[in-house]
Design a protein around this ligand. Sequence first.
Ligand code: FAD
Ligand code: GLY
Length: 382
Amino acid sequence: MSRAQPPIQSIAVIGAGIIGLSCALELADRGLAVSLYDKNDPPRGASWAAAGMLAPAFEAAVEPGTHPRLFELCDTSARMWPDWAKHLEAETGQSSGFVAGPSLAIARSPEQAAFLESVRKRLSDHSLAPAACLPRLSEIEPAATPDACAALLLPSDGHADNRATLDALMIRAQAHPNLMLRHGEAPLRMNSGALDHAGHDATLIASGWQSGQVQVDRGGETVALTLLDPIFDQITAFGGQMLAVAPVANGPRLTLRCGHVYIVPKADRIIIGATTEPGRALTKTEPDAIATLHRQAAEICPALADAPVLESWAGIRPGTRDHAPILGETGVSNLFVATGHYRNGILLAPITAQIMADLIADGQHSDLAAAFAPAARFAEQL
Ligand code: FAD
Ligand code: GLY
């Protein structure tokens, strides 16, 4: 499908997390003049706080209320990641820490085993189908607890170092001739009922969980974007607390998941996550929550029990009711949105950049992209 509008030659992108950076770079690569704004220097949003898992398989289990095409979006982006990372690394000389699958999921209760079985069944004809592997668990991951009652090897699920990836994206952005980085909020104004896009042809909102709070001057009064288009009301905060421990002897080699807890071994530390707290918009941690995660991780991987804690932090996921991002044009002329990536913004960066650039630079959107467009979402609420 195509979008019949005059071509957009310049754009203000609001938010330099992984979504804003990836979209801004793709748009700049396609020849647009891009101003990329972030109110924080350096940006320290959800993209910095994440664990960096690239885990489409976990979106495959059909849970009530989940967007029916979320897995397809995640799967498409996971397949783009290796080349996307290679290109970024070649352009910048900075590693993204990309590691291909597999990951491992284990169950320690019948409910967890049923969830793993639903993932296995749903993906049984996938080219990277997960395989039940309990009898081989101690050989595949000697660090995993021997008390698992089910285990699944997930070849599709890898990981990257999200902080290193952000650094690489920022290096590319700083060097790009079509891209200007600006510290602060964009001066967006309503003039005679139309949005003046801070002097550009268009604006892309990629401000994570704060997207609806981006401010616009309307005749001297400051209003939030939620007042201009109710789609922005659909973005809500989901807090997540995490910690990193030092690498230990006989620690895990693979990303290991069990219930809501995951363990992601990186080059220099092991990440343990995460809480999921609807409405929590805080970046400070609670010692009890961090201690609980550490204890739960040690139940999955006993070698972690005495691992020294290096760091703990909290981030804020941009959530939507169906756990899928909102990607496309809003009800305000030439105002675009790419947010609501919830648990998968690191995974979904390459496909999001492609979808938004196809739409904004080339006026095109695929059938898959259309399924995540504002107009196709939450119709009954808007
Ligand atoms: P952000 O990274 O939050 O960026 C938004 C930016 O907008 C910020 O830099 C902010 O300063 C800026 N901003 C806000 N308002 C304004 C304004 N008015 N003007 C200018 N700038 C503004 N995803 C995965 O794929 N894999 C994972 O393993 C994973 N683990 C996670 C673990 C935790 C604990 C959390 C919290 C999230 C995790 N996620 C994971 C989800 C992922 O981090 C998010 O979906 C993703 O980072 C969202 O990216 P973003 O660019 O939209 O938002
Ligand atoms: N994707 C992991 C998390 O959001 O905690």
